[in-house]
Design a protein around this ligand. Structure first.
Ligand code: MSP
Length: 509
């Protein structure tokens, strides 16, 4: 079977309402998946992490059973992704039977292999991060990741022989220096490996909201959660199908959970006889006043309000354009408004508006013949689609958008320099046709290349242009050479794509 492009997001704890940070990773995955789909089979997985103490506590505080709580919250997460035009191929919930039964199967396999043994865990635990901590790792007695209080636990637990995989992990890191990105995270993980690894407790006995182990206790929520990436694609059921997707090309995570995905996860996969993912990319945080945006720090911004206020596509654009992917960036509504007004309303929206209104005025809205006069745009931008695709798949989204913007700028300059209104006045029919044609063709290219970033607005642009075919076709064949837009195409100017907005503050949740 042909290999598919497989991209995943973390599965989100449903201990409360989602915020824009949660939408962020899923939007990024959607841009990747939409791009990959234009040229081949693709699978995009997201979902919710529903077991564990954190979710159980949230349910108890709301006076519900954990299952009731999860069932009520999941639709909010799905609504969030829909509001941001995310088209995932599957949404996995860790409470679904298709997942639960395979988690237990994994546990049994690890036990059969001798990778699991019974021992005693005594140490600290951070409920918010669902993480075990050694005393020596705490910072001022608190969780080194989130700074919250930790609790002392003392239990008879099952342990996974993580320490036995240390040498193989180091070798894997050394042989595949690009497998964890960005480099700063790779280095951090290498430092952890060099320091040494302890075995990992993979069960809990003091509470019961998890996948039950026949002898008692439940599977540790992180083992349960990581397995979603393989249970969703048929691990242990249909090998040919499974290996069409696994190993995943791209696993996106926030940097705070890089250790789980680059140290624990490959070791578990190897214990199961499977390969490590090709790439784990640990991106930075959306921050507020220098701190990670998070529900519990009470600085979270309601993503639904943001989509209403700024438009889902403008938000998507902002999130991918504002900072290089990987770095932290500070949340600012002023910056979102600025991006929308300058890049989207002025540069792009006006370009469409000006082009189609000139076309309406001078050519009854019909795309003219290209004529013999060719502006050279075709040659200049010939490699753009391939370059943009490469940059997106390398997760260099900002650079991809900057390259696309060169075409936007060039088209705007073409209008300013060639002055179609003067060509019209001077009755230079051929010259005017050539300019108008190039503008329409350029806009068609822009709609296609920007579609993964702004699916709704770009589909609208595509319609206004009257472009034939689908906007999500393979760029290489659809854009192949400049001149794919057939002359005599009827365009239909409608309202502005990105009306300018006044800036005002959106309340925090
Ligand atoms: N359930 C675990 C992940 C298990 S994956 C097998 C978890 N869930 S979480 O709800 O805390 O979500 C974490 C992810 O949400 C982060 O890794 C990141 O992808 C995203 N983000 C949460 N807050 C964020 C920001 N402030 N900024 C950017 N991304 C953020 O950890």
């Amino acid at each position: 079977m042909e290999r598919a492009y497989y991209v995943t997001t973390p599965i989100y704890y449903i201990s409360g309402n989602p915020h824009i940070g949660h939408a962020y990773t899923t939007i990024v995955a959607d841009v990747l998946a939409r791009t990959a789909r234009t040229f081949g089979p693709t699978f995009f997985l997201t979902g919710t992490d529903e077991h564990g103490q954190k979710v159980a506590n949230a349910a108890a505080a709301a006076g519900k059973t954990p299952q009731e709580w999860c069932d009520e919250l999941v639709p909010r997460w799905k609504a969030l992704f829909a509001a941001y035009h995310v088209e995932y191929d599957d949404f996995i919930r860790t409470t679904e039977p298709r997942h639960v039964e395979k988690v237990l199967r994994v546990f049994e396999r690890l036990r059969e292999r001798g990778d699991v043994y019974l021992g005693k865990y005594e140490g600290w635990y951070c409920v918010s991060d669902e993480t075990f901590w050694l005393e020596s790792k705490l910072v001022n007695g608190r969780c080194p990741t989130c700074g919250r209080e930790v609790q002392w636990i003392s239990e008879d637990d099952w342990f996974f022989r993580l320490s036995a995989y240390r040498d193989r992990l180091i070798e894997h890191f050394e042989r595949n220096p690009g497998w964890v990105q960005p480099r700063s995270v790779y280095n951090e993980m290498m430092a952890i490996l060099r320091e040494g690894l302890d075995d990992l407790s993979i069960s809990r006995t003091s509470f019961d909201w998890g996948v039950p182990i026949p002898e008692g206790g439940v599977i540790y929520v992180w083992l349960d959660a990581l397995l979603n990436y393989i249970t969703a694609i048929g691990w242990s059921e249909d090998d040919a199908f499974f290996h069409r997707y696994w190993p995943a090309q791209t696993q996106l995570v926030g940097k705070e959970i890089a250790r789980f995905h680059t140290i624990i996860w490959p070791a578990i996969l190897w214990a199961l006889g499977e390969a490590a993912p090709e790439l784990v990319f640990a991106h930075g945080w959306i921050t507020v006043d220098g701190q990670k945006m998070s529900k519990s720090l009470d600085n979270a911004v309601d993503p639904f309000l943001l989509a209403d206020r700024f438009g889902a596509d403008a938000m998507r654009y902002f999130l991918l354009r504002e900072a290089p992917f990987g770095s932290d960036f500070s949340y600012s509504e002023e910056k979102i408004a600025q991006r929308r007004n300058s890049d989207l309303a002025n540069d792009l929206g006006n370009l469409l508006q000006r082009t189609l209104s000139m076309l309406a005025r001078y050519r009854d809205g019909i795309v003219p013949e290209r004529g013999a006069h060719r502006g050279g745009l075709g040659e200049r931008f010939a490699s753009l689609p391939i370059m943009v695709r490469e940059r997106i798949l390398e997760l260099r989204f900002r650079e991809a958008l900057e390259s696309i913007w060169e075409l936007v700028t060039t088209l705007n300059k073409t209008i300013d320099e060639r002055k179609p209104w003067e060509l019209h006045k001077a009755a230079r029919t051929e010259d005017l046709n050539a300019v108008l044609y190039d503008l329409c063709e350029g806009l068609r290219w822009l709609a296609m290349l920007l579609h993964p970033f702004m699916p709704e607005r770009m589909s609208e642009m595509w319609e206004q242009l009257g472009a034939p075919g689908r906007i999500d076709e393979d760029w290489a064949s659809a854009l192949g050479a400049w001149g794919g837009l057939p002359p005599a195409t009827q365009t239909a100017l409608s309202g502005p794509l990105f009306p300018k907005i006044e800036f005002e503050t959106v309340a925090s949740t």
